[in-house]
Design a protein around this ligand. Structure first.
Ligand SMILES: Nc1ncnc2c1ncn2[C@@H]1O[C@H](COP(=O)(O)OP(=O)(O)OP(=O)(O)O)[C@@H](O)[C@H]1O
Length: 438
């Protein structure tokens, strides 16, 4: 359903959640505890009758966002306004009352249903908590709800373990609907289900939205899940939005390079996708110490080259990967390709040319690198490595291969109607970078 009103039902500003990490009391007393920056200043709006999809890889902060919205965990900063009322400032009693309006559907439909309660009691529990119905009226309401989600009244007397995954998610949905909510936050509602059942549950959510005028936030790690159900999509990376906009715009250029990689990974060939699969290097970095500048720069296939440099992008990416690795490396092992069958190898004994081959192999660097100056810098760094001078190698590489993306945290730039992308490729200050898309 398209956006139907100008005033958002949910309005989130600068929502931030830092978890404490670093162990126990002693660490805290010694100031050794660190912050896991799971969510870092997120803004969003949800309009009545709208579905906003939130996607991103595991660890990007999706669940933290969903739970902070409902104050199931206490945000570190920011505001969440429901129909204008700030939930972060609401008393516990007020929050309990407001939870009638904003419901949560969990990822794992089995773990979230009390195995000792009958389905009737699971669905009826919110009716008791909010004093909505009792006795005959409660039983009738439970039957109606079960039918609404495609189950039947006989199911009320059974227990969760007697149902399939898809049916259990239907029970979870019936429980959420029981209190007649305005907003439902669906946290990975289908990721625990077989692919064949996923579409049924997504269709059910869509039907219920039309019937009851619900607004949804649907969290998923897979863009294909939100493609058909969401009006708008926000792509989250390390606690920040990389891209947010109407679904059809997010699914076509211009793309954030991260969104583009996620799109390319959709298993079924997507009609909107024409390119090859894009493989990202490495895993999502730790939110304990997120990368400087653009958080995606350590994996980005389109990372911007410094002024005056115009290399093949794959070579540039490889040189950046080597530079990053050197920053945290303290031994040759970290920067050389593993040789099969050679254990406890003394890498310090490698000849200069063997070391050259092994470092190029580890980072996929050609011999020679196409750009003559880059090849020279690489050669100098390798000399230092061969001499065991790590710091000097680090400095040579860092000085020569620093991307603007490492220095500047990009704002969300407007790239279309209501479509924003946080990437320097869309900053006018970098007009003609060789990697510019769309
Ligand atoms: N209670 C906690 N204490 C410390 N760190 C946490 C806590 N909960 C989550 N994190 C960390 O915060 C980051 C974001 O986690 P979150 O669960 O929100 O991500 P996600 O995108 O939902 O991932 P997934 O799809 O795996 O659930 C991760 O690095 C995670 O390890």
């Amino acid at each position: 359903m398209a956006r139907t009103a100008d005033s958002p039902v949910l309005e989130v500003e600068d929502l931030t959640k830092y978890y404490e990490s670093g162990g126990g009391l002693v660490d805290t007393l010694l100031g050794r505890s660190q912050e896991v920056k799971a969510l870092d200043g997120v803004d969003l709006e949800l309009y009545p009758g709208e579905t906003l999809g939130i996607v991103g890889e595991s660890g990007c902060g999706k669940t933290t966002l969903a739970r902070s919205l409902l104050q199931l965990i206490e945000p570190t900063a920011g505001t969440v306004r429901y129909e204008g009322e700030d939930l972060t400032a609401a008393s516990d009693d007020r929050l309990r009352a407001l939870r009638k309006d904003i419901q949560y559907i969990f990822q794992d439909p089995f773990a979230s249903l009390n195995p000792r309660l009958t389905v009737g009691d699971i669905v009826g529990e919110p009716l008791d908590i909010h004093d909505i119905a009792e006795g005959e009226a409660r039983a009738e309401r439970v039957s109606d709800l079960l039918e609404t989600v495609g189950l039947n009244q006989r199911h009320a007397h059974r227990y969760p373990h007697e149902f399939s995954g898809g049916q259990r998610q239907r029970i979870g949905i019936a429980r959420a609907l029981a209190v007649d909510p305005e907003v439902i936050v669906c946290d990975e509602p289908v990721s625990a289900l077989d692919v064949s059942v996923q579409a049924q549950i997504l269709n059910l959510l869509a039907d219920l939205q039309s019937e009851f005028g619900l607004s949804y936030i649907v969290i998923a790690h897979d863009l294909s899940v939100v493609e058909h159900i969401a009006d708008r999509v926000g792509v989250l990376y390390l606690g920040e939005f990389a891209e947010i906009g109407p679904t059809e715009d997010v699914f076509q250029p211009p793309y954030h390079p991260y969104a583009e990689a996620l799109l390319s990974a959709i298993p079924e060939p997507d009609p909107g996708w024409e390119g090859d699969r894009i493989f990202l290097s490495g895993d999502v970095p730790s939110p304990l110490n997120p990368p400087s500048g653009c958080r995606f720069h350590t994996r980005c296939p389109k990372v911007i080259q410094p002024e005056g440099t115009d290399m093949a992008q794959s070579e540039w990416r490889s040189l950046m990967d080597l530079t990053q690795r050197l920053r945290s490396a303290d031994s040759l092992k970290a920067v050389t390709a593993v040789q099969e069958g050679v254990e406890n190898e003394d890498l310090g004994q490698l000849s200069r040319s063997a070391l050259d081959t092994r470092v190029r192999a580890e980072f996929g660097l050609p011999d020679p690198i196409g750009d003559r100056e880059a090849e020279e810098v690489f050669g100098t760094a390798l000399d230092h490595l061969h001499d065991g001078a790590f710091e000097a190698a680090r400095t040579v590489m860092s000085d020569a291969f620093e991307s603007p993306c490492e220095r500047t945290d990009p704002a969300l730039f407007d790239v279309g109607d209501d479509h924003r992308i946080a990437c320097l490729l869309y900053d006018d200050a970098y007009p003609d970078t060789p990697t510019r898309t769309g």
